[in-house]
Design a protein around this ligand. Structure first.
Ligand code: DX5
Ligand code: ZN
Length: 220
């Protein structure tokens, strides 16, 4: 299992976005987490395809687009064209999850499926054989800088157990409130792709990324 850092640019300084992204890449972050919010599925609005297209030209990181939008199926092609390598959808936001997953595959991208803190792990079972990654939200989606919900650790453990039952080594990503102080709990619970926004981009981006990578590299 590969252990990966996915810095969330939601917390970046947009005046120097390209530079900050490159610092995370140079220091070992293999993914770049791109949070898309529509003001409907979640209260806030973030950024979309034009920003992604521009970022794509400055990094070789895997572009991990987290679509916190209603009916993401409408934008699968647009995000693929803009440069997404992996699209994560919310189970709660799709009328037809299977169809949405199929559409992402047809467009040649990897598929992630996510659940909010109030959605049980059992809701994922129907889709385990169709996805490359499961994203367990450890905060209510919508904003960076929130506190990690401790109950998420149980959900991560349950998800890893479920995948083991199916004989799958699917990636488990966790997103929200992760710092170097609590990342090990998340990894020990069974996650292997860690999203961190504030903890990477607030302060010294190079030092922050290196500190995360030092921990993640112990798990390789
Ligand atoms: C929350 C977003 C997260 C967010 C994480 O809705 O999906 O990716 O940027 O930010 P931190 O790490 O600051 O909690
Ligand atoms: Zn996210």
């Amino acid at each position: 299992m590969k252990y990966i850092l996915a810095p969330s640019i939601l917390a970046a300084d947009f005046k120097k976005l390209g530079e900050e992204i490159q610092v995370t890449e140079k220091n070992g972050a293999e993914y770049l987490h791109f949070d898309v919010m529509d003001g409907l599925f979640v209260p806030s609005i973030s950024f979309g395809m034009p920003v992604l297209q521009s970022i794509k030209s400055c990094t070789n990181q895997v572009i991990d687009a987290h679509l916190m939008i209603n009916e993401p199926i409408r934008y699968v092609e647009a995000f693929q064209k803009a440069g997404a390598d992996l699209i994560t959808i919310h189970l709660e936001a799709c009328e037809d999850v299977h169809k949405t997953i199929k559409k992402i595959r047809e467009c040649g991208m990897k598929v992630g499926i996510s659940i909010c803190p109030d959605t049980p792990v059992s809701a994922l079972e129907e889709y385990v054989n169709e996805v490359d990654m499961i994203l367990i939200m450890s905060v209510h989606p919508g904003f960076g800088g929130q506190k990690f919900i401790e109950e998420s650790l149980t959900k991560i453990r349950m998800t890893r157990e479920m995948l083991n039952r199916y004989g799958l080594e699917t990636d488990i990503q966790v997103d929200g409130g992760i710092y170097t102080s609590n990342i090990e709990n998340v990894l020990k619970a069974g996650a292997n792709i860690i999203v961190a926004g504030s903890a990477v981009f607030k302060g010294n981006v190079q030092e922050n990324t290196r500190e995360f990578m030092e921990i993640l590299n112990k798990y390789e």
